[in-house]
Each structure stands twice: as C-alpha cells, then as structure tokens.
Design a protein around this ligand. Structure first.
Ligand code: ZN
Length: 135
C-alpha cells in the first residue's frame, strides 16, 4: 500500500455537508460525482494531498443508506492507494482477509476499487484503490 488516498464519510445531505465543509476547510469541494453502480452521490475535498470523500445514498439499496440506518452519519471507510490492485487483492486474500469484491470494480474519482470486510479489519471498512490510467 502506498498511502491513505482518502477518507470516506457517509452523510444524509450532501448539499448541506458541502456548504458546511466549505466553511471548515475554507475551500469548496473540487469535484462531485454520481456513481450509479453504488447508488451514491459523492463530493470530494482535498487537504494537503489527502482527500475527503462525502457519500450520500441515491437509492434505498445503497450500502450508504444501510450504513446510516445502522450507525448514523460518520466515517464510513478508509481508502488506501495501491500500485497493483489485482496483486494486492490476491496477497490479502492469501493473508486471510475477507474481500467484499471478487474483482476490482469501478469507483468514484477514476479509480478501480475493492473493499475489505470490516469483519477482518477490526471494524474498519477498508477500500483499496488504484488510479485508472488512460492509455
Ligand atoms: Zn472511497
């Protein structure tokens, strides 16, 4: 793993959160994006090279909707950048970690992603992400 790429935070109202965090960070979100496959709307802020990703559910089946229902708003996942997602997935699988995704999938912010179940990481949902390089 290379570094913490971003911190994901589950919220109920992205608009309100964008306004609030704009004041906190004294800068606006630099990007907003809808991820259909995950049924989420996202917005991103950047502080010193670390991104904060806010996620609002855009459908009832969204994992974010279920998360908020169970735990309320707050930190949802930590994302770590990797060089080679496939290699890292098989390394972690061999180490006994329970991966939520069998294969990398497309996430927000031009990334391939895979999640590790919080059951195998002391309650922390971990996202592995690799930048998609345009060829
Ligand atoms: Zn994320």
């Amino acid at each position: 793993m290379i570094r913490v790429e971003h911190i994901g935070i589950a919220v109920k109202d992205l608009k309100q959160v964008n306004a609030l965090y704009r004041k906190l960070f004294d800068r606006p979100a630099y990007k907003s994006e809808k991820v259909e496959s995950e049924q989420v709307e996202t917005s991103f802020f950047e502080i010193g090279g670390t991104k904060i990703e806010f996620l609002e559910a855009s459908g009832q089946d969204s994992a974010i909707a279920r998360f908020i229902e169970k735990k309320g708003e707050g930190i949802h996942h930590l994302a770590f950048e990797v060089d080679d997602l496939i290699a890292e997935m098989s390394r972690l699988r061999a180490e006994g970690f329970q991966l939520i995704n069998d294969e990398p999938k497309r996430g927000a912010d031009n990334k391939l992603v895979c999640f590790i179940h919080p059951r195998s990481t002391q309650g922390v949902l971990v996202e592995l992400c690799q930048e998609i390089k345009e060829s």
